[in-house]
Design a protein around this ligand. Structure first.
Ligand code: NAP
Length: 533
């Protein structure tokens, strides 16, 4: 058995406790087994968390620029192996090579960004309200970080989490998605090669229900960073809430692209095709609602249908393919079910796609045709629920106001986009769309690693990944006050004396007596009724 069949705990590749395994299969060709991986138990998770706990103090004490060098080295290894990593990711989760290369590139960019951040990680220094007193804030690591990732960005999402967690000085236990274990294995091999000390990164394969639950509930885990469905995220929220455990959630989306009558229609069309059908519609930021101003509805719809119908479905490893398979047969069944639901909705019209081709090579994979519904109204289930497949709905609107209302009319708030040439409308949209990301004249996909990433409402719980915002997930702020006045100074104590509201400000730095008889003794001798803490 190759090392793919092992967990990585305390710097060693070890078999799972129970000997049970699961298969990783190619969704474009079910006969192709990518690898076998352990179905880890709670005992495996416990061993990984213990190893992380043991490794944490030395890693936390390692200067951040030294930690950054290792992250940087991992980026260089990823760059050297980009094609190989992309091919592995395509083979196990299906999206086309162009996109898995982009997925790996996002990981490389994150490595270099976080490696560079190692020499910043800025806190603040700020004036104290009292004389001869210095005030600053510094970041501290939390301890053991649990990383739970989905399969749709098998390289980028784990790096968004693991690199900042390591940079901040935490030790990591990583439980990747069961549909993308081989890419996770390759990433951890790279971290090992880059010089991450034993126990600082641990990898535990297995199911969400068993290994994932054990990890989230483990008392020695200090922070959980999760990306996945809103349903799972809600369960984790309940579990972590009971334990007062820090939890960062990046969840689902139902992302709108607004197309106004004054838009550059060619551009709006390019954006819609890319964002609705890229990654076979399995991006949290995929466009699933096209909100189209009625004057351009007919033309836009006709052209979209033509473009969607012309996309070439196939194996993502074939450079001629535009759209790869869905990740699994279960995912395909879920998408087919939503198409059935759409067909039953009064007024919704299936214009193209809607089927799972099964002839020839399609017989062996989880393929589904790019699908467009028109005549969809905002309350229909296909306009409300995340389908996570190549299905897009067109909703007609009569005004900008209505477009904004429809865009905001779901429980999600991840990404959004507006195509318009009216600069005032663009800025009003930026102001009024309730989402974590808004693009103007660009598709709903394409986030860059140095800006915050995340969403509002049911898309998460207020945290952000990427940018420097992610450091707030993986570190704790400590405020530090250094008083070099050589006497007791008390903040926020009102002495009742004019000019002495900042109690203790009775002497200047020169040590001269303050006016109006306020002496250090007279202040320190009486405990004020007001205090900050
Ligand atoms: P999922 O079913 O929620 O799974 C995500 C991860 O959680 C997997 O590793 C899964 O393990 C694990 N898991 C499942 N149940 C668990 C539990 N009870 N306790 C702990 N871990 C558990 O989501 P998915 O289907 O893989 O991913 C698709 C969803 O992710 C979509 O809703 C998409 O919008 C969302 N997503 C969001 C973002 C974002 O940044 N906002 C980015 C990408 C994807 P198994 O694989 O073993 O089940």
């Amino acid at each position: 058995m190759s090392e793919q069949g092992f967990n990585f705990i305390g710097g060693r590749w070890v078999p799972g406790d129970t000997g049970r395994t699961f298969e990783d299969r190619n969704p474009a060709d079910r006969d192709d087994v990518v690898g076998m991986f352990p179905l880890s138990s709670a005992a495996d998770v416990d061993a990984a968390v213990s190893a992380a706990r043991d490794a944490f103090p030395a890693w936390a004490a390692t200067p951040a620029p030294e930690r950054g060098k290792i992250i940087w080295a991992a980026g260089r290894l990823m760059e050297a192996r980009k094609d190989e990593l992309a091919a592995t990711a395509t083979r196990e989760m299906g999206k086309i090579l162009l996109e898995t290369r982009g997925d790996v590139q996002e990981g490389i960019d994150t490595a270099y960004y976080m490696g560079g951040e190692a020499r910043r990680m800025f806190g603040v220094t700020t004036p104290s309200e009292l004389p001869s007193k210095f005030a600053m804030s510094v970041r501290r690591p939390l301890g053991v970080a649990a990383i739970i990732s989905p399969w749709n960005f098998p390289m980028a999402i784990p790096t968004w989490k693991i690199f900042p967690a390591l940079l901040c000085g935490n030790a990591v236990v990583f439980k990747p998605a069961s549909d993308a274990p081989a890419t996770a294995y390759a990433l951890v091999r790279i971290l090992e090669e880059a010089g991450v000390p034993p126990g600082v990164v641990n990898l535990v394969f297995g199911s969400g229900s068993e290994a994932g639950t054990a990890l989230v509930e483990h008392p020695e885990v200090d922070v959980v960073s999760f990306t996945g469905s809103t349903e799972t995220g809600r369960r984790l929220g309940e579990s972590c809430g009971r334990r007062l455990k820090r939890l960062s959630l990046e969840l689902g989306g139902k992302n709108p692209q607004i197309v106004m009558a004054d838009a550059d229609l060619d551009l709006a069309l390019e954006g819609a095709v890319w964002a609705a059908f890229g990654t076979t519609g399995q991006r949290c930021t995929a466009t699933s609602r096209l909100i189209v101003h009625r004057p351009v509805l007919e033309e836009f719809t006709a052209r979209l249908v033509q473009r969607a119908g012309a996309l070439r479905l196939g194996d993502g490893l074939d450079p001629a393919t535009d759209v790869g398979p869905l990740v699994s047969d279960a995912a395909r069944e879920r998408v087919a079910e939503y198409v059935r639901i759409g067909l039953e909705d009064d007024g919704a019209e299936l214009l193209v796609g809607g089927s799972a081709p099964s002839e020839g090579v399609f017989d062996r994979g989880s393929f589904f045709e790019p699908t467009v519904f028109a005549g969809v109204t905002p309350t229909m289930r296909i306009a409300q629920e995340e389908i996570f497949g190549p299905v897009v709905s067109i909703l007609a609107v009569d005004s900008f106001e209505e477009a904004i209302a429809v865009a905001n009319g779901t429980r999600y708030g991840l990404s959004s986009s507006i195509y318009t040439r009216d600069v005032n409308a663009a800025f009003r949209a930026i102001e009024r769309i309730d989402a974590g990301i808004t693009y103007v004249n660009g598709p709903t996909i394409g986030a860059e690693v140095h800006l915050p990433f995340g969403g509002t409402r049911d898309t998460g719980n207020g945290h952000r990944e990427s940018g420097t915002e992610v450091l707030n997930v993986f570190s704790e702020w400590k405020s530090v006050y250094v008083d070099y006045s050589e006497r007791l100074q008390r903040a926020q104590i009102d002495t009742g004396l004019p000019g002495a509201a900042a109690g203790g400000a009775s002497r200047g730095d020169s040590g001269e007596e303050a006016p109006q008889g306020s002496t250090p003794e007279s202040i320190s001798g009486s405990f004020g009724a007001e205090g900050g803490e």
